[in-house]
Write a protein that binds this ligand. Structure first.
Ligand code: TYM
Length: 332
């Protein structure tokens, strides 16, 4: 039986963090044995925010290195740069004819970007979900492992796939967001406000490249309070966040001990943060070290990208040939 197809991407806009790891990469690593996987660096998507050209290469290499350091095996999956697959922008162009300005303007991530960068509201930003749709449909993917923040984009990909199928012919399966747990994950930031992010909340985000001291400092600064005064009281958001982070990296018995201490009002947040900091260091340090090692070997990273693109183009070119034919672009 042929394996189900999986696609997911990560923008090359900054340092990868725990949100990327637990929202996406951890699933990639688990999926690589069971599925036919296409994972890529979304370098075209990163151009929406106008990065300095001299940073692009290093950013792309780092995303590749951090994925491999986290356990992704380029022999088992296609790991490539989006810009190495010319069929993606071709499908994007076709899909743009089926995407409407009004619906794109309503997307919350677009509205956020308009607020954040009012001087650069470019058409690429508006059609961001269309390019994402092309990334997914180019391999006819079904499962798309992403964090909670990308859920709506994948919903839009379903809409566009459906629209293409209705206009031309049933060609694309319906993709849906995927996570091994019960629901999609949002890894919270350490300051109790929002989520970990590549570019915002830098001091409240734990990056896979952070050194041990930086990790300890950031964790120890996490927002807490004087502690509960009544047994089994409800946890404020920022305390829930610390428990959630602990749940991700610490042994279950450790989290349970602190949870009981919370419930009977004996918790000492200083001790809890110290424990969390050490468990974070133990989790991040090996990934950081392996990724740093890999980034020294540019030839190896280039080989991974080249071979990944070769694999990805096989399925991408078959999809484009089919789409062209259905649209009527077959003149000779
Ligand atoms: P990006 O680069 O912002 O993030 C990469 C992946 O990490 C997840 N993520 C999180 N998950 C949980 N908690 C967080 N705090 C957190 N922050 C980020 C994201 O959900 C994502 O899975 N538009 C996409 C890249 C993309 C893509 C695609 C993804 C382009 N084309 C096609 C899937 C399929 C993005 O900017 O992700």
């Amino acid at each position: 039986m042929s394996k189900e197809i999986v696609v997911s991407g990560i923008r090359s806009t900054g340092f990868l963090h725990l949100g990327n790891y637990f929202g996406a990469m951890q699933n990639y690593v688990k999926m690589q044995d069971e599925y036919n996987c296409y994972f890529f660096v979304a370098d075209y998507h990163s151009l929406t925010t106008h990065p300095d050209p001299k940073d692009l290469r290093g950013n792309v290499y780092r995303v590749v290195a951090e994925n491999v350091a986290s356990g992704l095996d380029p022999e088992k999956v296609a790991l490539y740069a989006q810009s190495d697959i010319p069929e993606i922008p071709e499908l994007y162009l076709m899909l743009n004819m089926l995407a409407y300005k009004g619906e794109l303007e309503k997307v919350p991530t677009f509205k956020d970007k308009v607020r954040l960068q009012p001087d650069n509201v470019n058409a690429g930003l508006l059609t961001y979900p269309v390019l994402m749709t092309a990334d997914i449909l180019i391999h006819k993917a079904v499962k798309v492992p992403v964090g909670k923040d990308q859920e709506q984009h994948v919903e839009m990909a379903r809409n566009f796939a459906h629209r293409f199928n209705s206009r031309y012919s049933e060609m694309f399966p319906m993709p849906y967001p995927f996570n091994y747990g019960d629901s999609l994950i949002k890894v919270p930031s350490l300051d109790g406000a929002g989520k970990m992010s590549k570019s915002e909340n830098i001091n409240a985000t734990l990056y896979l490249a952070d050194d041990d001291d930086a990790i300890r400092k950031k964790v120890m600064k996490a927002k807490t309070d004087a502690g509960p005064t009544e047994h089994n009281s409800e946890m404020p958001d920022y305390i829930q966040n610390i428990f959630q982070l602990m749940h991700l990296v610490s042994k279950p018995e450790i989290t349970d001990t602190f949870r009981s201490a919370y419930n009977n009002c004996t918790i000492r947040y200083g001790d809890m943060k110290k424990q969390l900091a050490e468990d974070m260091v133990a989790f991040i340090a090996p990934i950081r070290e392996k990724a740093a090692e890999l980034q020294k070997d540019e030839a190896q990273l280039q080989k991974i990208l080249r071979e990944g693109a070769e694999k990805a183009r096989i399925s991408a070119s078959a999809t484009i040939a089919e789409a062209r034919k259905l649209i009527g672009i077959n003149y000779y």
